[in-house]
Design a protein around this ligand. Sequence first.
Ligand code: AMP
Length: 137
Amino acid sequence: MSSECVFCRIVRGDIPCFKVYEDQSVLAFLDIGPVSDGHTLVIPKQHFARLHQCPAELCAELTSCAARIAEAAVDAVDAEGYNVLCNNGRASGQLVEHLHLHVIPRHSGDNVFSRWPSYEYKPGFADKIAAKIRKKL
Ligand code: AMP
């Protein structure tokens, strides 16, 4: 628990939130700056900055909770789909350094993520990168 962390403060009840779900280890509340109606953040109550720092069992709880919330949020706002995403580190866009899953209800043509900057690997390069990652596991 960090005294500075905004999400720890929400967990403690020092800062209000629009609560969607709570159990012993997980809290879910509406994002204050939503990219779509029903945009919800699902967090572990315990403070971890990034996904890989969170124990596997808690990760499993967090993910299954996000899946439940996604289904409910899609239903609630009459959406057609959803994204679940998790920014890790400043380079990825993480602003709040307390692990959180974004659950984002989506409608066709809503332009929430209008650009996915995909490209093709140069021949032989994908093989090298995959091997490098395998070696680190
Ligand atoms: P990220 O860029 O993945 O770190 O996202 C952090 C998210 O937290 C942003 O979408 C913010 O709108 C949201 N946020 C920040 N402070 C609060 C707060 N007090 N209550 C709810 N959401 C918040």
